[in-house]
Design a protein around this ligand. Structure first.
Ligand code: MLT
Length: 265
């Protein structure tokens, strides 16, 4: 693990392998270990950079809302530190919100985009209220309550029934998240912009992935992004829930590797 001191925080990240660079951004409230199987699969052809987004993993938590824009700025500052100008950029869920904002702010730095189990729309008023309640509970009661509330929705029924090690790994990532980091990220997600109009401006090769059983950002959200982004491909991962890269790593990696090979050809 390495630390970059950028924009007033300590940003934890890891670099593996060599080749064209790809940055992978985790969802909420996870950390860079979410991508272990993708790092293994990609690092013989790529320089894979995984990051703990602000308030997650070993990166500093701030009291202010951790906006998607702030997180995207952190990633850009890290790339500056590493002297990398252009990358393939992938994000799952909240990581996808950050990837979209990164594209909005720094389109020239994105060679290819991977949007997994995420959406372009902003929160509804109801979702914003629910996020504030969850933030208050995270701060008051800690992450156990959050893990209990989130886990049933995060993973597909078959993952819960047959893959206890995946359930344990997701629970551990949630429990390892600083409650202040989680609260700030929830408040940041609540104020994120609607990116629907941005979709029409995205002109790099884009892969959209979604678990067929994703309850949080369902396939309909992925189809919407696919319709909006001209140069996009949609892959539905059969039987996966919201954390499709962990639940079905072989299928996820196959789609990702094929896409990256073609995007670079
Ligand atoms: C995530 O997995 O990053 C979050 O569930 C996304 C969200 O709450 O909108």
């Amino acid at each position: 693990m390495s630390i970059a001191r950028v924009r007033g925080i300590e940003l934890a990240y890891e670099v593996s392998g060599a080749g064209s660079p790809i940055v992978l951004l985790h969802g909420f409230p996870f950390n860079r270990t979410l991508w272990r199987e993708q790092v293994e699969a990609l690092s013989d052809r790529h320089r894979v950079i995984t990051v703990d987004l602000r308030g997650h993993g070993e990166t500093t938590a701030t009291r202010d809302p951790a906006t998607m824009e702030a997180m995207a700025g952190d990633v850009a500052a890290l790339l500056d530190e590493l002297h990398i100008t252009r990358v393939a950029l992938g994000g799952l869920s909240m990581g996808g919100y950050v990837a979209l904002d990164f594209y909005r702010l720094f389109p020239e730095r994105v060679a290819a985009l991977v949007l997994a189990d995420t959406r372009a729309q902003a929160d509804t008023d109801e979702a914003r209220l629910a996020r504030e309640e969850t933030a208050t509970r995270a701060l008051g009661e800690g992450m156990h309550t959050i893990a209990g509330a989130m886990l049933p929705k995060l993973l597909a029924p078959a993952t819960h029934a047959e893959r206890p090690e995946i359930v344990a790994r997701v629970r551990e990532m949630i429990l390892n998240t600083d409650p202040q980091g989680a609260a700030s990220a929830l408040r940041g997600m609540a104020v994120r912009r609607d990116q629907t109009e941005l979709l029409g401006e995205i002109n790099c090769p884009t892969l959209i992935l979604v678990g067929s059983l994703d309850q949080i950002t369902p396939p309909a959200d992925a189809e919407r992004m696919h319709r909006g982004i001209r140069n996009s491909r949609l892959e539905v991962i059969a039987g996966a829930g919201h954390v499709s890269n962990l639940e079905r790593p072989l299928e996820f990696n196959r789609a990702l590797e094929n896409f990256l090979r073609e995007a670079e050809a």
